[in-house]
Write a protein that binds this ligand. Structure first.
Ligand code: ZN
Length: 270
C-alpha cells in the first residue's frame, strides 16, 4: 500500500495561474493524474485498507484528494473580487469526470462552528457570506465530496475568541488536554453527525497540519467512544503506507510540497 493524499485549499486564489490558484492547479493535476494512469479513490477507502477492512489491491495506482477549510469555493462557482469567475472544486471534479469517464471523489475537511465561519468570512475572505454550510448536505448526497471534520473553530489566529481555554491560538499544538480536545474534536463530530445524519463523520484533518503527543497517543486512541473518529491526517509530506500511524497520516499540500505540475509528477513517481 502506497497512496499519495493530495490537499488543496479552495480559498487559495491570488491570481489565475497554477502557483497562485488552487482551482487552476486542481484542474491541471486531475489531468496529470489521469495521464499517469493513476486513479482517484475516496480517502475513506484508504483508511479502510489501512485498518484491514478492505483489500490492499483496491488501492493499486490510487491517489486520494482532500480539501481543507471548506468555504463556498469548494462547491459554488464564484465571481472573485479581483480574479474573476472561479469554478468551484466540485465543478472541477464533475468536469473532469464528464471529460474522462473517470471516478472522482474528494473529502472536504470543514470548520464546523457556524460562529467561527461567520467571523472567518470577514477576517479571511471578503465578508460576503461565502463560508456558509448550506452546501454540505447536497455535497454529501451527491457523493462527489464527503464532508469531514477540520475541528470546531480551527483555533484560528484571526478569531477574537476560540474554544481553546487559554486563548493560545494560531496553532493546533495547544490542543493538548481533554477539555480542549473535547471542544475542538468531539463537539465538531457531534455537530456534523446531527446536521448530516445518517452520515457519520469518521475522519479528521488537523488545523495547520499540527498534531501533538497528547492527541496522537492519548485522546484520539483512548477516547474513540467519545469522538467516534477512525483516522486523522496531518501535513507531513509522504504517501500513506501500511505502516503509517492512523492518527498521523501524511498528506502532500499544494503550494507547500509542490508548486508546479512537474513537481507533482515527480512526487507521484517517487
Ligand atoms: Zn485549515
Amino acid at each position: 500500500m502506497r497512496v499519495p493524499v493530495l490537499t488543496y485549499h479552495s480559498n487559495n486564489i491570488s491570481g489565475n495561474d497554477y502557483a497562485r490558484n488552487d482551482h487552476v492547479a486542481l484542474a491541471e493535476d486531475l489531468r496529470l493524474i489521469h495521464r499517469a494512469g493513476l486513479r482517484i479513490v475516496p480517502l475513506a477507502r484508504v483508511v479502510e485498507v489501512l485498518l484491514g477492512e478492505a483489500a490492499g489491491s483496491t488501492l493499486d495506482g490510487a491517489v486520494a484528494l482532500s480539501f481543507d477549510d471548506g468555504s463556498w469555493f469548494d462547491w459554488h462557482d464564484i465571481e472573485h473580487p479581483s480574479c474573476g469567475l472561479q469554478r468551484g472544486f466540485a465543478g472541477i471534479l464533475r468536469d473532469f469526470a464528464a471529460e474522462t469517464g473517470s471516478a472522482v471523489h474528494a473529502t472536504s475537511f470543514v470548520i464546523v462552528s457556524p460562529e467561527a465561519r461567520t467571523e472567518l468570512d470577514r477576517t479571511c475572505l471578503v465578508g460576503r457570506g461565502w463560508w456558509g454550510d448550506d452546501w454540505w448536505g447536497a455535497a454529501q448526497r451527491e457523493g462527489v465530496l464527503s464532508i469531514e471534520s477540520h475541528s470546531w473553530d480551527h483555533n484560528h489566529h484571526t478569531l477574537a475568541v476560540t474554544a481553546q481555554r487559554e486563548q493560545r491560538k494560531g496553532t493546533f499544538r495547544s490542543i493538548d488536554n481533554h477539555v480542549d480536545a473535547d471542544a475542538q474534536i468531539r463537539q465538531a463530530a457531534d455537530w456534523l453527525d446531527a446536521l448530516l445524519a445518517p452520515h457519520q463523520s469518521s475522519l479528521f484533518a488537523y488545523p495547520y497540519g499540527e498534531s501533538n503527543d497528547y492527541l496522537v497517543r492519548e485522546y484520539l486512541p483512548r477516547f474513540m467512544h467519545q469522538h467516534r473518529l477512525r483516522a486523522a491526517f496531518d501535513t507531513e509530506a509522504g504517501p500513506v503506507h501500511a505502516s503509517s500511524g492512523r492518527w498521523q497520516l501524511p498528506r502532500y499540500v499544494c503550494g507547500q510540497h509542490w508548486t508546479a505540475p512537474e513537481d507533482l509528477a515527480r512526487l507521484l513517481d517517487e
